[in-house]
Design a protein. Structure first.
Length: 103
């Protein structure tokens, strides 16, 4: 299989939150893959996401405007619409033993 991604992505297990409706709606999720340009997020149940929302990853001090690119039940692929405000993704110090490059 040929890799089409232009950015390296990292397999992660990070707690995240999807925030929309002027912060009136907050959904907990798990960030399973992360790169400079996007992420794959997972919910415990199938959810329908709005086309655009904020993705917050508290442990990395990140809050990014994101666009939903694809959805498969509880998993969603998102593209970031802006660069990370807290520096680059993955943050300094990656990879860690718990963070592995995704294949």
């Amino acid at each position: 299989m040929i890799e089409k991604r232009s950015e390296k992505r990292w397999h992660t297990v990070l707690k995240g939150q999807v925030v929309f409706n002027n912060r009136g709606s907050v959904l907990d999720c798990t960030v399973q893959d992360l790169s400079n340009i996007g992420a794959r997020i997972y919910f415990t149940n199938a959810v329908e996401l709005p086309p655009e929302f904020e993705l917050e990853i508290p442990s990395r001090r990140l809050r990014l405007l994101a666009r939903r690119i694809w959805s498969r039940e509880a998993s969603h692929g998102v593209m970031f619409l802006e660069k990370a405000k807290a520096g680059t993704v993955p943050p300094a110090g990656w990879p860690r033993t718990s963070d592995k490059p995704a294949t």
